[in-house]
Design a protein around this ligand. Structure first.
Ligand SMILES: [Zn+2]
Ligand SMILES: [Zn+2]
Length: 96
């Protein structure tokens, strides 16, 4: 699946159009909505199902879901009493 850089449309296959230049016919593949030829490979997020550029995916998560997950994680850590933070720090250091 692909995502258009120009209009953000997501599509499975680009539209093939036949074009001509100085008597030569050739086909180009373009965005089905706006006809632009600038589109990139996209994947669906495991969490929210939204399409995201493949280059921005992190372990199956889109940028938004990855950011939200880290926020939740950090908020969880911040809410812990110091003694539990120290415990987790110790455990995590041991695992390295
Ligand atoms: Zn487009
Ligand atoms: Zn997502």
């Amino acid at each position: 699946m692909y995502k258009c850089d120009d209009c953000d449309r997501v599509f499975d296959e680009p539209r093939r159009v036949v074009d001509g230049f100085e008597g030569h016919l050739y086909t180009t593949e373009v965005c089905p909505r706006c006809g632009g030829d600038s589109y990139r490979y996209a994947e669906l997020c495991d969490r929210c199902g939204d399409p995201e550029l493949a280059s921005k995916m992190q372990y199956g998560f889109c940028h938004k879901c990855a950011t939200e997950t880290w926020k939740t994680y950090n908020a969880f850590l911040d809410a812990l009493p110091e003694v539990q933070k120290d415990f987790l720090k110790g455990v995590l250091q041991d695992e390295r």
